[in-house]
Design a protein around this ligand. Structure first.
Ligand SMILES: Nc1ncnc2c1ncn2[C@@H]1O[C@H](COP(=O)(O)OP(=O)(O)OP(=O)(O)O)[C@@H](O)[C@H]1O
Ligand SMILES: [Mg+2]
Length: 256
């Protein structure tokens, strides 16, 4: 069985600048793989590159989803294959409602051309349930996406989308930033459920706070676009105690 997601020796340029310099990483089904690292170490760049964001140029290496390379696919095609990215800073989408976005995505996956009429009417109920789970009312489904949302509301909506869209790979880029403590607990419980239901969760965070509530199966630390350390949950605890300086440069040996 191929791995769910495999990142192999990934080198990435952004705006002509080398940001990732050889990243290897494996994500298995039913696993939470935490990616940690100081500001500017390349965590979001890794997330965007896996999701296929334009402008993130893979100059070397490969990204495989269930054994098949996805580096040449458009972001929409990757999403269709089950890659979901919850943004660190979700951009406002004036004129786009969350409900329309979700309907369009679900229709597309079902092979239905219409972007407006829901091919699966149950999707609205699932969306409202997901919003309630993250502590938001149904009203948020009809608001313009991320327009005027508070920092914490944005994070909650991103995670709600992951619940509704039912992807295989869930990449969450600092889902805890800007969340109050109740929000952190809710998001943590959802991440645990995603793992339970067999998804692979790539959890980007630079604090161990969230990791107190969700124990990652594996931890990879990026520093300056390279893997500086790998380990289990104990590595996150060590970082919390000693900071990145102490763990950076520790043997990135072993399997990804
Ligand atoms: N569009 C861009 N133009 C120029 N430099 C960029 C661009 N995008 C990213 N970079 C640079 O790449 C490096 C990695 O950025 P990235 O956002 O991946 O870091 P990060 O690990 O997610 O940091 P943080 O913890 O602050 O979110 C940074 O030095 C950043 O300035
Ligand atoms: Mg980032």
């Amino acid at each position: 069985m191929p791995e769910l997601l495999e990142v192999r020796s990934l080198h990435v340029d952004v705006e002509g600048k080398r940001v990732l310099r050889g990243v290897d990483l494996t994500l298995r089904q039913g696993e939470i793989h935490a990616v940690m690292g100081p500001n500017g170490s390349g965590k979001s760049t890794l997330a965007y590159t896996i999701a296929g964001r334009p402008g993130y140029e893979v100059v070397e290496g490969d990204i495989l989803l269930e054994g098949e390379s996805i580096v040449d696919l458009e972001p929409e095609e990757r999403a269709l294959k089950g890659v979901f990215l919850g943004f660190q800073e979700p951009p406002p989408l004036p004129g786009v409602r969350l409900s329309s976005l979700v309907v369009a995505a679900v229709n597309k996956r079902m092979g239905v051309e219409s972007l407006s009429r829901a091919a699966d009417p149950k999707v609205f109920g699932r969306l409202v349930a997901a919003l309630q789970r993250v502590g938001l009312t149904a009203e948020y489904a009809q608001r313009e996406l991320h327009v005027g949302f508070s920092g914490g509301e944005k994070k909650r909506v991103e995670v709600a989308q992951a619940l509704v869209l039912d992807p295989k790979v869930v990449i969450l880029d600092e889902p805890d930033s800007g969340l109050d403590i109740d929000g952190v607990r809710v998001v943590a419980s959802i991440i645990r459920d995603l793992r339970e239901s067999g998804k692979g969760v790539l959890l980007i965070t630079h604090y161990a706070r969230l990791l107190q509530y969700v124990k990652p199966d594996r931890v990879t630390v990026l520093v300056d676009g390279r893997v500086a350390a790998r380990g289990g949950p104990e590595l996150a605890e060590e970082i919390e105690r000693k900071g990145y300086g102490a763990v950076a440069g520790q043997a990135p040996a072993g399997t990804a």
